[in-house]
Design a protein around this ligand. Structure first.
Ligand SMILES: CC(C)(COP(=O)(O)OP(=O)(O)OC[C@H]1O[C@@H](n2cnc3c(N)ncnc32)[C@H](O)[C@@H]1OP(=O)(O)O)[C@@H](O)C(=O)NCCC(=O)NCCS
Length: 193
């Protein structure tokens, strides 16, 4: 396995697929159709704000990172509305916005992490988290943060083992149900470095 500190064009399509296969439960219902989310992400993924785990031409995993100055998903309001449609955006954008996290200057925020199903349980996720931690130190930031939903105990276990602790839990219901989300609560976790 090799870790890349960017997103080469040759991996862009599989990165979008991995993103939506693993974490589409948040974004696909909000946009109505998977194809719309694919179109948005294909343009919006910031290749300088991620690490990839690859084996030959196969994408094993990916971690996307936000700072106060750069985002992994660089989609503006107009990009979202263009892909999701005006009327859908009217009601889904405020709900999605409530889950958005604006990073502080001392913080590196993990926007997403995903490992392809056949590569899970082999240490890829842990290796990507360790890259994020090193990046955080290199940037001179002292907090690595993320959010995890209550239907994902496996991911939460990994974060706890790596030294993260929950500093805030908030509910996304009942309004999350309007979008089609099945998770009810979100933990905001932090690791101080
Ligand atoms: C969460 C995820 C990124 C973990 O990646 P991974 O490569 O499978 O994780 P690793 O192999 O590095 O395992 C790290 C830890 O995860 C946990 N874990 C791994 N496989 C597990 C399994 N089958 N069941 C339960 N926990 C498991 C263990 O705590 C493991 O620690 P250990 O190696 O000491 O046993 C991966 O499961 C995934 O992509 N899930 C779907 C997307 C997702 O949920 N992303 C996180 C959003 S917050």
């Amino acid at each position: 396995m090799k870790i890349l500190a960017n997103l080469p064009d040759s991996f862009r399509a599989s990165a979008v697929e991995l993103f939506l296969d693993s974490l589409g439960e948040k974004i696909i219902p909000a946009m109505g159709k998977r194809g719309r989310a694919e179109a948005l992400l294909a343009k919006a993924l910031n290749g300088q704000a991620c690490f990839l785990a690859v084996e030959g031409s196969r994408l094993l995993g990916m971690i996307g990172l936000n700072t106060s100055q750069s985002l992994f998903v660089q989609a503006g309001l107009t990009d979202f509305v263009r892909n999701a449609g005006f009327f859908r955006s009217l009601w889904t954008l405020p709900i999605l916005g409530a889950m958005e996290h604006a990073s502080a200057a001392d913080e590196l925020y993990i926007e997403m992490i995903a490992v392809s199903p056949e590569a899970r349980g082999k240490g890829v996720g842990r290796a990507l988290m360790q890259e994020a931690e090193q990046r955080c130190r290199k940037l001179g930031k002292n907090r690595l943060t993320l959010q995890v939903v209550d239907t994902n105990p496996r991911a939460k276990k990994l974060y706890e083992e790596m030294g993260f602790r929950t500093i805030k839990t908030y509910s996304v219901q009942p309004w999350g149900r309007i979008v089609g989300w099945t998770f009810r609560k979100v933990d905001f976790m932090e690791k101080r470095l």
